[in-house]
Design a protein around this ligand. Structure first.
Ligand SMILES: NC(=O)c1ccc[n+]([C@@H]2O[C@H](COP(=O)([O-])OP(=O)(O)OC[C@H]3O[C@@H](n4cnc5c(N)ncnc54)[C@H](OP(=O)(O)O)[C@@H]3O)[C@@H](O)[C@H]2O)c1
Length: 246
């Protein structure tokens, strides 16, 4: 059984919605303290109200892309306020369906800022030994199956997630010298507000899944395991969660 003490503190980005909220609530329910980050204060507060242990569910409203260079200082300020971190689930992200003919630098930059540059900058700070508990510090990035399927119109989104997976593996090799762990999870379609926005394609897509779309809990269960010391020999991996999509 996985348990955390309240002294086990995890940063969870994207915690106001969907997968991030699910992971934040799951960690908190197992005893961990959670620093839940997203932009929307109201949605963060709604997540806190659902927490089993709301006294150890801390919400921080922040646009992670407002100043990417300042993210390491932001993480440092959180450590000064809350204490050293046992890890992070980086779940913030946006999707974009756009074919090559519509490609423009501005929207590509926006997707890469939150899906690639912000996770790298936060990981840089998290893996700074002044900000973490040392050995067994664990980071999980939520990537996407899109990086492997590379469907039509996903050149930017799939590219941002493929870059994240590759960099996470590289970072895991640096982190291993300090006995810290870094993994990615690549889900297929999960029922969240992100997929609800693709309602027009939804019915056709869901038929492809033997078990239907996944639930946020399906991702949270794996993320919690990877963040716990039960996964102490696991690093540098990318876990596909596709409910049999194959
Ligand atoms: N749902 C799926 O089928 C699926 C499949 C594969 C991978 N994923 C990945 O899983 C992650 C979570 O997706 P989801 O489905 O849970 O999406 P979601 O419900 O739309 O949640 C996205 C989260 O990211 C936060 N966010 C977005 N931009 C931000 C910014 N600039 N600064 C801070 N926070 C920001 C949002 O919070 P605010 O709006 O409050 O800032 C929200 O909490 C994403 O990386 C997504 O690419 C999802």
């Amino acid at each position: 059984m996985i348990e955390f003490s309240a002294e086990s503190r995890f940063i969870v980005t994207g915690a106001s919605s969907g997968i991030g909220e699910g992971i934040a609530l799951a960690l908190n329910a197992l005893g961990a303290s959670v620093i839940a980050i997203a932009r929307d204060e109201n949605r963060l507060e709604n997540a806190r109200k659902k927490a089993k242990n709301p006294e150890s569910f801390f919400t921080v409203s922040k646009d992670l892309c407002a100043d990417l260079n300042a993210l390491p200082d932001f993480i440092k300020s959180l450590r000064e306020q809350y204490g050293k971190f046992a890890g992070m689930a980086y779940c913030a992200g946006i999707s974009l369906l756009s074919p090559l003919r519509s490609y423009n630098q501005e929207s590509a930059q926006k997707v890469f800022d939150i899906n690639y540059f912000a996770p790298i900058q936060t990981a840089k700070a998290l893996l700074d030994k002044r900000n973490n508990i040392g050995a067994q510090t664990s980071i999980v990035f939520i990537a996407s199956i899109a990086a492997r399927i590379c469907d039509k119109s996903q050149l930017i989104y799939a590219g941002s997630k493929a870059a994240l997976i590759a960099s996470a593996k590289s970072i895991s090799k640096e982190a291993a010298t300090l006995k810290m762990r870094v993994n990615t999870i690549s889900p297929a379609d999960i029922n969240t507000p992100m997929t609800a926005n693709l309602a027009a394609m939804r019915d056709d897509r869901e038929k492809l899944y033997p078990f239907g779309f996944g639930a946020v809990e399906d991702v949270a269960n794996l993320a919690v395991f990877l963040l716990s010391d039960k996964a102490s020999w696991i690093t540098g991996q990318d876990y596909v969660l596709d409910g049999g999509l194959g």
